[in-house]
Design a protein around this ligand. Sequence first.
Ligand code: DGY
Length: 328
Amino acid sequence: MKKHVVLYKSLSPALRERLGEHAEITEITQLGGDGLARLRDALPHAHGLLGASLRLDAALLDLAPRLEAVASVSVGVDNYDLAYLDRRAILLSNTPDVLTETTADTGFALILGTARRVVELASMVRAGEWTRNVGPAQFGSDVHGKTLGIIGMGRIGEALAQRGHFGFGMPVIYHSRNPKPAVDARFNARHASLEQLLAEADFVCMTLPLTAATERMIGAREFALMKPSAIFVNIARGKVVDEAALIAALQSGQLHAAGLDVFEKEPLAADSPLLRLDNVVATPHIGSATVETREAMARCAVDNLIEALAGRRPANLVNPQAWAARGR
Ligand code: DGY
């Protein structure tokens, strides 16, 4: 008999068909409205779950006594309680690699968009306010040749370094737990303490995962260490920053500008002070949101889930402890 999978993210017809060859599917396309209630109703039958952007806490997962595997359509796994999953030997998989380049592209879009004031000045043109040549009041700042500071040197950090070094001739400094000699050699990059990076970088880019250790790692103290001309870019998670401190630094001019794809609370409230600041470019968590990449992520998640439900180790297993607990 086929196992039962609950989708809380819609799949393309081809992927749905592929998953359907291996599992019975209950699909909940929208978690708004009565979606969450429908998810709760479906959980008691679920052997597998596939989706993203939902905090799967113990209260929800306790409703799923048969659950064997969760396939997240994301690289970040901060929505999951790993200790809980390990305890119940539920396999969690994610979708690394396939989104690396696209997410780094988003990072660079924010670097360029903030430095060259693209959104602000394009809005001026659209509003019919381009009445004479722009002057110093509208000038942006250069990106090429400026120092790129990357906090977190995982796959996405490396892809950002690649763009900065090869594409824009930027000196690259990075802060991560350990130096990475291969990164140093490839991008002529330098490992630095957090304080050194904050003091030297023209662009401070967050690319690390949200964990207990990284939560709010950038706050008032860290903004005070940055150059007043620095631009802060966050493509990681909103909670790696103290958002109130970020707003204060932007409002006071202590920080020149910010390009933000992620926020403490998403969707960002329409009355957020961030949206009243011209020196902020805010995007709606679109790091990996291209047609090609989202399909590749969904395919990766489907493959992970099929493998896990067949009793095989999925390629992108996040919690090997759960695998071990299954006696594999
Ligand atoms: C990821 O894959 O983690 C993206 O940020 C989407 O949540």
